[in-house]
Design a protein around this ligand. Structure first.
Ligand code: MN
Length: 307
């Protein structure tokens, strides 16, 4: 992926400004499904409690791809699924079977343990899959699944947004939020939008289709534009084609998390326990999933391979 931003340009833009850090996403493969992984990225694990952002957008095409991810487990996180095109069937160990379409939000919270599967209908999907780390208070708790058939719509100076989680301007999403955070799907018209920020939040701007200037720093599609906590507002500028982007933020987590495979914990021992439970078909922790897809086996954790 090439873009007009080089290191020198970033340094120049950042000089005397708010300190926008720009990180390039990388392509990854999930069960044959090409994604662009924006978070975690080198040296940056979280934006607020957001700890994982995959754009389900093939880097080489705008065509939807089929999504077929068999039953697999999660602990210590919420998954937020938001589609731009197509539809997918979510199944989980709570017994949920739920179709999701563009404009709708699936929010699954794992707590101590949940298993789920995702299967797109004919034609495939475009969208974004995000994880939110759970805080200490809830991460050992019971799992929940929420489907929101619609989410609050918000107006921006030069665009509009769908509020997935948290609060933004005068709106609050009905979706569960275990930490102070915000997630908005934003469509900007060409031109400048001044967006209010919560000074205690850090933010990540993730363009989907076209680049956006974040206080003058160019952020390309599939990249992460980071705004550290502090400022009261940010200037977003879209080019002639406008921009579709994800606007994510939250209070810095304040806890050091450990992520491996589909698990978020605090220690390797916790991750190992979850891995063993899945390998041992421990249905007390990870129940059966209504899905015709094959179960996904976990690789051994690297710290066990080294022994
Ligand atoms: Mn999953």
């Amino acid at each position: 992926m090439s873009g007009p931003v080089d290191e020198r340009a970033i340094d120049w833009v950042n000089e005397g400004q708010l300190g926008i850090e720009v990180r390039q996403g990388r392509t990854a493969n999930i069960g044959g499904f090409q994604v662009v992984r924006v978070l975690p990225t080198k040296g940056r694990r979280t934006v607020g409690a957001w700890c994982f952002v995959d754009l389900m957008i093939p880097p080489d095409t705008i065509d939807p791809h089929p999504l077929e991810i068999g039953p697999h487990p999660h602990i210590g996180l919420s998954t937020a699924t938001w589609l731009f095109a197509g539809e997918a069937l979510h199944g989980d160990s709570l017994g949920t079977e739920q179709v999701i379409r563009p404009g709708q939000l699936n929010l699954m919270t794992a707590g101590y343990g949940i298993a789920h599967s995702e299967l797109s209908s004919a034609g495939g999907v475009l969208g974004v899959q995000m994880w939110i780390a759970q805080p200490e208070e809830t991460r050992h708790g019971t799992s929940t699944f929420e489907h929101h058939a619609s989410v609050p719509q918000i107006e921006l100076a030069n665009g509009e947004g769908s509020l997935l989680v948290g609060s933004f301007q005068n709106a609050t999403s009905p979706a569960r939020a275990d930490t102070a955070l915000v997630g908005v799907d934003v469509h900007l018209a060409p031109g400048v939008s001044e967006v209010d920020l919560q000074p205690t939040f850090e933010y990540g701007i993730v363009p989907i289709d076209n680049p956006v200037k974040v206080d003058g720093a160019i952020v390309e599609p599939g990249w992460l534009g980071m705004i550290e906590a502090g400022p009261n507002s940010v200037r977003l500028e879209a080019g002639a084609g406008g921009t579709h982007l994800m606007f994510l933020g939250g209070e810095p987590l304040g806890e050091r998390i450990q992520m491996w495979w589909n698990f978020v914990g605090r220690t390797k021992e916790e991750l190992t326990d979850a891995w063993r439970a899945w390998q041992n078909h421990d249905t007390d922790r990870f129940g059966p999933v209504p899905s015709r897809l094959a179960r996904i086996e976990a690789p051994p954790p690297p710290w066990l391979r080294e022994d």
